[in-house]
Design a protein around this ligand. Structure first.
Ligand SMILES: [Zn+2]
Length: 525
């Protein structure tokens, strides 16, 4: 019965890779992160929407709270299989089984360390004792679940012969999946490939397909994704990943990286997954929000710089054909793809103007705007879309209002009963017209968003907003990232400076000004 569950997932014309996502278990063990019950549920629901085959929900024996969270996830998730982890001891297995007993499809993931250093210092057990404990645990776990997986913790530092013995014993005991773990991120891709290949050769159950090899790789030497892909290439049928690669120490293989590599290089790997990669940006935002960590701008697939181009020669190429300097199509199109700076060329500027305003400049106008842009770019690190729209307005190419901050101030009112923030905002456009708005909120952000919504009546939805502070002894600087949606299009902006409230309003105005120009809104908006 247990084999059928996994075979039914793999048995499709193109070899399918099962994704076991362990964001809620290994990811939850990231230093400084521990998800609340509500956050875990929110992530589980998103993992199910992503099409994850197996959601590893937690480690129920670790605490009563964890047990209850897994119960709650189990009651909400119907399509994905729920997995829970347990050490290879009866008490843990019973607790894990209890936590998923109402699940539609149950997967128990046992673990047992196999490397010499773990055997000696952690378990203080002989090889024979370890094999017996593991095989007995698999037999015991089989009575509670549809499929049983057992991980050989620290596989890559385990003697190959002993690892084979372990795999043979646990598969003969009925294990459906054996997890080959690069627990400390020690292995190198070529080495890991040979390990998986040789295990398939020497362990009958892997060669015959009656048991599945799963790969679980950590990123201590930056190899988690590469090793996972090598394992798949060598015949592993299940990959264990986390969103954004969060996890113990340097983290795990990132789901978005593994799946995107398999998709983009289908000609090389010839496998598929059931993952809906268009949801990766949403997934990245969720993990970033609940952990309060900023996604590195260069993070493959989901970083904010990944689909942006700054060099003039690249912008020229991309304006002609968007495969010249990019192999991954963004899941969402954003107007922030071209970053304007002194590196930008005429073609890049023309394309950026088309992106933010919909206007295609003729060569004569483009050259005039370009020479003014170059003067500005020598003075500033980057040029905002509002800066460009102002140049177009000054040249008479645009009639729409381009808004800037005239004055902004806020103060907080603190008493024993309440703490509120009042914001006063004055805006001015290119023709000297003014808008004024003031609002009160529980935070300065709530107050400023209310004031901006009073100033502009169209409905811009803020879908992502993060700021990072950088400090040295004498100064504080801030990088602010904002992503919004308006009528199905994404508008993103990034700004640098020293006052977060001013940065936020400037970024918001960069977006508002693009929308006013694109939709030719009048000043009454
Ligand atoms: Zn791990």
């Amino acid at each position: 019965m247990t084999h059928n569950l996994h075979n039914s997932l793999i048995n499709v014309p193109e070899r399918k890779i099962i994704i076991l996502d362990t964001t809620l278990r290994d990811g939850d063990q990231s230093p400084g992160m521990a998800f609340s019950a509500h956050e875990k549920l929110e992530i589980a629901i998103l993992l199910e929407r992503l099409g994850v085959d197996i959601i590893e929900a937690g480690f129920p024996a670790s605490s009563r709270g964890e047990y209850n969270i897994v119960r709650e996830i189990t009651s909400q998730i119907k399509n994905s299989i729920i997995s829970v982890m347990a050490r290879s001891i009866p008490g843990d297995i019973e607790k894990a089984a209890g936590a998923i007993k109402d699940s539609v499809k149950k997967h128990l993931h046992l673990t047992m360390a196999t490397s010499p250093i773990h055997r000696k210092y952690k378990l203080n057990k002989s090889k024979d004792e370890i094999i017996k404990m593991a095989a007995d645990s698999v037999k015991f776990a089989k009575s509670f679940a549809d499929s049983v997986e057992i991980g050989a913790e620290d596989s890559t530092r385990t003697e190959f012969n002993f690892l084979c013995e372990f795999c043979i014993a646990v598969t003969e005991a009925g294990a459906d999946v054996v997890n080959i773990s690069d627990t400390v991120g020690y292995s190198q891709p070529d080495e890991f490939f040979r390990l998986i290949k040789n295990l398939r050769k020497h362990v009958h159950a892997f060669g015959s397909g009656s048991a599945v090899i799963s790969v679980h790789c950590h990123n201590d030497l930056g190899m988690a994704t590469a090793n996972t892909l090598s394992g798949i290439l060598a015949g592993a049928s299940q990959a264990e990943t986390t969103l954004l690669g969060i996890g113990e120490r340097a983290g795990n293989a990132a789901m978005e990286e593994v799946v995107t590599a398999l998709n983009i290089r289908k000609n090389y790997y010839s496998v598929s997954t059931g993952i809906r990669s268009e949801l990766f940006p949403e997934a990245a935002r969720l993990i970033s929000r609940v952990n309060a960590i900023r996604v590195h701008p260069c993070k493959p697939v989901v970083g904010s710089n990944v689909y942006s181009h700054s060099a003039g020669i690249h912008q020229h190429g991309m304006a002609m054909n968007d495969e010249t300097y990019s192999i991954i199509k963004p899941a969402i199109t954003s107007t922030s793809r071209f970053i304007l700076s002194r590196h930008s060329g005429l073609k890049g500027l023309k394309e950026k103007i088309k992106q933010i305003s919909g206007i295609e400049l003729n060569d004569k106008d483009a050259k005039v705007i370009y020479s003014q842009f170059k003067k500005e770019a020598d003075k500033k690190k980057s040029i905002s879309s509002t800066d460009i729209l102002k140049l177009l307005h000054n040249k008479g190419i645009l009639k729409s209002s381009i808004w800037s901050i005239k004055k902004i101030y806020y103060f907080d009112v603190k008493s024993s009963e309440k703490h509120e923030f009042s914001v006063f905002l004055e805006l001015i456009n290119q023709d000297g017209m003014e808008k004024k708005a003031n609002a009160v909120g529980m935070t300065k952000w709530e107050a400023i968003i209310k004031a901006l919504k009073l100033a502009f009546h169209f409905d811009i939805k803020i879908i992502d907003f993060s700021s990072s502070l950088f400090a040295d002894e004498s100064a504080l600087s801030e990088r602010l990232h904002i992503e919004t949606e308006f009528e199905g299009n994404i508008y993103a902006d990034e700004s640098f400076g020293s006052d977060s409230l001013v940065l936020f309003v400037e970024s918001y105005l960069n977006i508002v000004n693009q929308i006013i120009v694109r939709y030719q809104f009048t000043d009454s908006v």
